[in-house]
Design a protein around this ligand. Structure first.
Ligand code: CTP
Length: 398
């Protein structure tokens, strides 16, 4: 953990005394610790004791202009590898959940782009309080990690969940977390992922498309990136927020998606998760179509099959080509047929009857390779991404 920098926020709780021991243990493991002490935290521990144990100055006021000049709060929030909040009171947890930035600690937590680990410490009733639990859920959904709280006797004499985790365990958990973050088995690989629907314009304001949300493709792209692959996500129109990938290319039509894929080669891995419209409009018109009082016909022309095109390339074919098979019937047979027809290496078949996949959080996959098939149970789209990426990692590293 040499040179790993931790910004350690100490908020006001009786458990703040454990922070001193935690700082000592972190330093024993060669972490560089800089502390921020909230006003109520300073009721329990003093800046002087923190400074002598951490070996760094303690920050506490947001609007110290002199300090702000030397070390802006944005800079302070980003110079560390992670931010630890210990003890974390119900108050700071709710501030993070609601995005309140009214002192240095809460402002740093809002301004940071670094991982945050929260170590709660509070009375059992406060911990179990519905609003605290709601806020904890919000933080977890936002990707914030928790250590504890533990059960046991509390400073106030009550017994239950809410005790701050012991310093040794906090440091172990931090080390585990960092090891996990440093796990980059795909760091020498590049990946292309397609996601979302495509839109095929009829005229400048009307189009045909489908219900795909893009969630599964985004989850896969982010997981590949997380495991170290340089990932380009080529996305049709979705309402999803910006994903954490090396490059995002937004497209509308299947033709644009194919062009973007080809321009992104070479790649080691390609996952075609997009629900590409099979047809485009052959007789697309360039101005808004006016009502004529008569029935109209649209002629559909088949779109290029991106998965098939990439899989059957003579040059620059990605080493691992993965597609999906959206089926409403005969899932297994059709998924196996699609694998050989399109020339890809793996297919994830899913049943899209009754609209139970598009825009949902879960997926039930029938996994097909040339050698074997597997039935995966009902999983969240993130779990599907994890399981798939584990298979990709094993395949490419052996
Ligand atoms: N796909 C593609 N380009 C297309 C159509 C599909 O890249 N023009 C990809 C999808 O991203 C998916 C796989 O092919 O990975 C299978 O898509 P699916 O919609 O299940 O099948 P289709 O090939 O469209 O065949 P059909 O609709 O007849 O089942």
């Amino acid at each position: 953990m040499e040179n790993k920098k931790i910004l350690f926020i100490i908020t006001g709780g009786i458990a703040a005394y454990k922070s001193l021991e935690t700082i000592r243990e972190l330093r024993r493991d060669n972490f560089n610790v800089t502390c921020v002490l909230t006003k109520s935290g300073s009721e329990f521990v003093t800046p002087l004791s923190i400074e002598s144990i951490s070996g760094n100055r303690v920050y506490s006021e947001l609007f110290d202009l002199n300090e702000e000049h030397k070390m802006g709060h944005i800079q302070l929030s980003r110079m560390s590898d992670l931010i630890l909040v210990a003890p974390a009171t119900a108050n700071i947890i709710s501030k993070i959940a609601y995005g309140i930035a009214d002192d240095l600690a809460s402002t740093l937590l809002m301004a940071t782009d670094k991982p945050i680990i929260v170590v709660p410490a509070m009375n059992v009733r406060m911990w179990l309080n519905k609003s605290t639990q709601r806020n904890v859920e919000t933080l977890k959904k936002d990707g914030i990690e928790f250590i504890g709280p533990e059960s046991g006797e509390m400073a106030c004499g009550e017994y239950g969940e809410g005790r701050m985790t012991e310093p040794g365990k906090i440091v172990d958990e931090i080390k585990k977390y960092i090891d996990k973050q440093n796990f980059r088995p795909l760091k020498n690989q590049t990946a292309i992922v397609t996601a979302g629907p495509t839109r095929e314009m009829i005229d400048p304001v009307r189009f045909i498309s489908n219900e795909s949300s893009g969630k599964q493709g985004y989850a896969i792209a982010e997981m590949l990136q997380h495991l170290g692959a340089k990932t380009t996500l080529i996305s049709g129109p979705t309402s999803l927020g910006a994903p954490k990938v090396t490059k995002l290319i937004n497209v509308h039509s299947a033709d644009q998606m194919l062009d973007a894929c080809e321009a992104s080669l070479p790649a080691d891995i390609a996952v075609c998760a997009a629900a590409v419209a099979d047809y485009k409009i052959a007789n697309k018109i360039s101005s808004k179509f006016k009502k004529t009082g008569n029935d109209q016909k649209i002629t559909l022309q088949e779109n290029p099959d991106i998965l098939e095109r990439l899989s059957k390339r003579n040059s620059l074919r990605p080493k691992l080509m993965i597609g999906f098979a959206a089926e409403t019937e005969n899932l297994q047979d059709n998924a196996i047929k699609k694998l050989s027809k399109k020339g890809c290496d793996w297919i994830l078949g899913n049943n899209v009857s009754d609209n139970n996949v598009f825009n949902q959080e879960t997926n039930k996959i029938f996994f097909v390779t040339k050698q074997y098939t597997e039935k995966w149970g009902l999983m969240s789209k993130k779990e599907v991404a994890q399981k798939l990426c584990k298979k990709i990692t094993t395949h490419l590293n052996h």
